[in-house]
Design a protein around this ligand. Structure first.
Ligand code: SF4
Length: 288
């Protein structure tokens, strides 16, 4: 039994971007307040199987009590990380909060404004973050917290399959770059199947990215190393990601193209819920 699990709390569903591929859809427009998340975090920690918690969304910085949720995790003396689109991460925010995180992950699928807008990785008025702005945020995060790890998550779909971010990623000197093959998501209201890619297209993207970094591609390999940077090529995510949705439910992503509620973490023991979750330890382990 793995006692070193990382659990992802998707603390809100709403987002100021509208990415075509987005699978952060939990059917929950409400935002649970801090009291409920404290209860969920306590439940998760009582399982004795969790070593780290990641805060995600939607865009988690839109949760008005996000830093209270972070403090609640930190009260258990375990590392906390964050995945964000970066758009609300101001200098002030970094100055005040960067020290609280072990890792900050930015979702970056493209960097040219045109491609970001084609993906929907922009606000309603079309505002995007430039490569220079991401670079500045990363520099400041490291100034404020020299221990911090920087991660970039890139979802590869039909829209960006010919793009190559390797030179930017290398220039930012990030600690980890995850290349995720877009998973098909369809909950009856949101469907991203129209921009799905096949394995060959995904492999070509990974191959191009690795070539730019002087690394040989091997289709069966998940983890690569480029200097101090880890590159994770994730063709298959399902069943290897522990997720509590914005509704407080432990979710299973292996049953269909959306999420199946396994257990209400506000009512039932997380430990019991885990027993019913389809979770492939080898998929999970291949990424760490
Ligand atoms: S930034 Fe993330 S949460 Fe927001 S729409 Fe894009 S993929 Fe979804």
């Amino acid at each position: 039994m793995n006692k070193n699990l990382k659990v992802n709390l998707h603390v809100c569903e709403h987002c100021n971007y509208h990415c075509e591929h987005c699978f952060a859809k939990f059917g929950c427009k409400e935002t649970l307040p801090i009291e409920n998340w404290e209860m969920i975090i306590e439940n998760v920690m009582q399982s004795g199987r969790v070593r780290e918690i990641n805060i995600a969304g939607g865009e988690p910085l839109l949760h008005p009590q996000m830093m209270d949720i972070v403090d609640a995790v930190r009260s258990y003396d375990i590392p906390v990380s964050l995945v964000t689109n970066g758009s609300l991460m101001t200098k002030n925010w970094i100055m005040q909060n960067a020290k609280k995180f072990k890792t900050i992950g930015f979702s970056v699928d493209a960097l040219t404004p045109e491609l970001q807008r084609s993906i929907g990785r922009c606000t309603g008025s079309g505002a995007v973050i430039s490569a220079e702005e991401f670079g500045e945020k990363i520099i400041l995060l490291r100034e404020v917290n020299p221990e911090i790890k920087i991660k970039i998550n890139t979802v590869v779909s039909q829209i960006n399959k010919l793009d190559n971010l390797a030179n930017y990623i290398q220039a930012w000197n990030v600690d980890r770059w995850k290349l995720l093959k877009m998973q098909i998501f369809d909950d009856g209201k949101h469907c991203n199947e129209g921009i799905a890619i096949n394995d060959q297209e995904y492999d070509a993207y990974v191959n191009n990215a690795l070539s730019a970094l002087g690394i040989d591609f091997h289709p069966e390999k998940v983890l690569y190393q480029a200097g101090n940077m880890e590159i994770v090529a994730e063709r298959q995510l399902r069943g290897g990601y522990l997720m509590i949705g914005a509704n407080g439910f432990l979710l299973d992503d292996t049953k269909n193209s959306s999420y199946t509620k396994i257990s209400d973490c506000q009512k039932e023991s997380f430990h019991e819920g885990l027993k019913r979750l389809t979770f492939y330890e080898e998929v999970y382990a291949s990424r760490y």
